[in-house]
Design a protein around this ligand. Structure first.
Ligand SMILES: [Zn+2]
Length: 338
């Protein structure tokens, strides 16, 4: 049986943070919501959030994070420098027994960074050069030329458009995809509204994972109250896409409500953010401040683990499927699935 070593009060203080509160933007706390689950960890929920008609999703203390903490405190006390690598049988070189899946230390240059959870905003510029593919003819576009997206974002949008068609959400098309820094500079210098546009280097469109989606016959101003705009806001998470700049979050995102701008983050993350009404800034902060957490989606357990690299390496689980994304603020987030 895995023991919960955490001091519960310390934990609740540790995850104290700001969150939105039904429009009055008051600072609230994350509170311990419920019970101790058979020694497996503490169940958390985010308090005082708008629920969007769905119940907030609870989450538990990360099994990986506690194992990793044990591993790191053990190796930092160790006199040998290479004792941090976990063996495939789940024991590390220094004899520390690992529970759960075990870890291996992997150098950053050997890791595929999906970029799915890269936070790009006024504060954090994006310097990567994503591999992108043409959007047309996979999905309808405003202009055929120069409309590109990362393949994972494009596949998600294609799935979403197919469902939107069945739901009579209107005729959706992509009006903007990947933009390089030069394109963003032209847009910005040409006097794009500063409430909506970001300076070169700081646009989420640089990632290739963000798309502006419009509806034929519906203006940007009408979109939020159109059936298609509402369908997108309520359903995009099912495809791993988040409404990146929702209403009521401008004080956090720095961008006015944009009912057309969607960002691919992957399904478990979009699900968690949607259920708990978090924008990406809040979500990354939550992951970083807690060190990660576990939650259930469709009967599957997802393990989210945050790490700052040490000596150019992070720990990865040895027995579970996982993906890794840099958070673009110096940390790395591992998403593993049972
Ligand atoms: Zn956009």
């Amino acid at each position: 049986m895995r023991k919960n070593h955490m001091n519960h009060n310390a934990r609740s203080n540790h995850v104290r943070r700001n969150t939105r509160n039904k429009g009055n933007f008051a600072c609230t706390l994350i509170v311990l919501a419920a019970a101790i689950l058979c020694g497996a960890g503490v169940l958390y929920a985010l308090a005082d959030i708008e629920t969007r008609g769905v119940s907030p999703l609870s989450f538990t203390e990360s099994i990986f994070a506690s194992e990793l903490n044990a591993l790191e405190s053990s190796t930092s006390n160790s006199s040998t420098s290479n004792s941090s690598t976990a063996d495939s049988d789940g024991t590390s070189n220094n004899g520390l027994a690992l529970t759960g899946s075990g870890f291996a230390s992997v150098r950053l240059e050997n890791i595929t960074d999906t970029g799915k959870l890269a936070l790009v905003n006024r504060e954090f510029a994006f310097a990567g050069a994503p591999a992108v593919v043409p959007v047309w003819p996979t999905v309808p576009v405003m202009f055929v030329d120069g409309m590109d997206l990362h393949p994972s974002a494009l596949a998600a949008i294609a799935d979403m458009f197919e469902s939107a068609g069945r739901a009579d959400a209107g005729s959706l098309f992509v009006s903007s995809g990947f933009r390089g820094a030069n394109t963003q500079a032209v847009l910005y210098d040409n006097g794009a509204n500063a409430a909506f546009a970001l300076p070169p280097g700081h646009s989420e469109h640089h990632t290739g994972l963000a798309a502006d989606i419009l509806i034929t016959g519906v203006s940007q101003a009408e979109m939020a109250n159109s059936p298609g705009g509402r369908w997108l806001a309520e359903n995009s998470y099912r495809y791993g896409l988040i409404l990146r700049y929702p209403q009521g979050a401008t004080h956090i995102t720095g961008i006015e409500f944009e009912p057309w701008h969607f960002r691919y983050v992957g399904r478990p993350h979009a699900y968690f953010m949607h259920r708990n009404n978090l924008v990406l800034e809040e979500y990354i902060e939550l992951i970083r401040d807690t060190g990660g957490f576990d939650f259930e989606m469709n009967g599957r357990t997802y393990h989210i683990l945050h790490q700052f690299p040490r000596n150019g390496a992070i720990y990865l689980p040895t027995r579970l499927r996982y993906t890794v994304s840099g958070d673009n603020t110096g940390g790395f987030i591992v998403t593993a699935q049972e």
